[in-house]
Design a protein around this ligand. Structure first.
Ligand SMILES: [Zn+2]
Length: 348
């Protein structure tokens, strides 16, 4: 004879056993004990129901089935809880909402380079890339820097293994500027020339706020009959106003470079204070932005151009320097640290 008290007794015993479960094997043992097809307590209960008097069967059968479902549900819940607790730290929780895929971005120096390129491209300039490993001739000698020239100081140049200058074989080095591209282009092309050549250059500088041993330059060169300093000035003023702001003021100051004559340093009105004077411009109101000049006749001689017939101008602009100013970043080294917290602040 099966009584409702048997059902309650099994339920109570199950609750006690379930509370003692600490692992999946424990859980399986409890499942076998209550839901096993042959020796499980619920199966035994069902047999008793089948043998009960007909008038008692419906109520007992219903009670047994309710108990069976309660036990199944409780076992399932306990298993989920055990698995959650056993999850290693950092494991994927598949119930969390999905995360958007991160978008890549262009590096700030790439953004600046592309802006410079697009301005000169719109004026019909050709954009060139050249080798970062350069020979002594293209980096120095053809640019009017003979072997004893102070600008070739070994303190400034990364010479590659086994190619020290003055030891017979021509020296190989990491280019110290993009100016070698002037030579490489003019060697293979007759005037007129209108090119810019952006790229990485290397110098043995100790890294600090404004120096990095690797940085990015863009070289500009224009050669034709009748090119004058006025063309140089007009082009650079137009570029700087287009790049920074139409209200930017530009100042040329005489300077010296071996490969240009005359040479000039170019300053713009300070982008931080507008020219009134601040810490960045050291209260002068001006920021030095590039070097330029008229191509030295010795350079034309090196590439076989007729220096009596052709004239031209060249400039070199530091892309890192411009990026520091345009994006108001205070430390050039940040551009090479690849820290996503900085890089993610720039547009796509
Ligand atoms: Zn200032």
């Amino acid at each position: 004879m099966t009584a409702p008290s048997d059902i309650d007794g099994i339920r109570a015993a199950f609750q006690t056993d379930l509370a003692a479960v600490a692992s999946e094997p424990d859980l399986q043992a409890v499942r076998d004990r209550y839901l096993g097809r042959k020796r499980g307590a619920v199966a035994a209960l069902m047999k008793q129901v089948a043998g009960a008097p007909p008038e008692a069967r419906p109520a007992l059968g219903k009670g047994a089935n309710v108990l069976k479902r309660e036990i199944e549900h409780a076992l399932d819940e306990r298993r989920k809880a055990l698995r959650m607790a056993a999850r290693p730290a950092g494991a994927v929780d598949v119930t969390l909402p999905g995360r958007a895929a991160p978008f890549g971005r262009r590096h700030p120096l790439t953004l600046i380079r592309e802006q410079v390129e697009s301005i000169f491209e719109s004026w019909g300039f050709e954009i060139l890339q050249g080798p970062q490993v350069e020979d002594d001739y293209h980096n120095f000698e053809a640019l009017n820097m003979p072997p004893d020239h102070p600008a070739r100081d070994m303190q400034d140049t990364f010479y590659l293994d086994g190619s020290m200058p003055g030891e017979g074989a021509p020296a190989t080095l990491l280019r110290t500027h993009t100016s070698g591209m002037q030579i490489r282009y003019m060697e293979r092309h007759e005037p007129p020339v209108r090119i810019i050549a952006p790229g990485l250059v290397y110098r043995r500088d100790t890294p600090d706020l404004t120096h990095s041993p690797m940085f990015m330059q863009v070289e500009g060169l224009m050669v034709d009959e009748g090119i004058t300093m006025a063309d140089l000035k007009g082009t650079l003023v137009g570029f700087l106003k287009a790049f920074f702001d139409p209200g930017t003021r530009v100042m040329f100051r005489p300077s010296f470079f071996p490969y240009t004559e005359p040479s000039a340093e170019v300053f713009i009105s300070c982008v931080f204070c507008g020219g009134g004077g601040c810490a960045v411009c050291k209260q002068t109101g001006w920021l030095e932005i590039l070097g330029c000049g008229m191509v030295h006749p010795a350079v034309f001689e090196a590439v076989g151009y007729d220096a009596e017939r052709y004239t031209g101008w060249a400039f070199g602009l530091g892309i890192d320097r411009v990026a520091l100013l345009k994006y108001r970043v205070e430390d050039i080294r940040l551009f090479y640290d690849n820290d996503l917290r900085l890089l993610e602040q720039f547009p796509h």
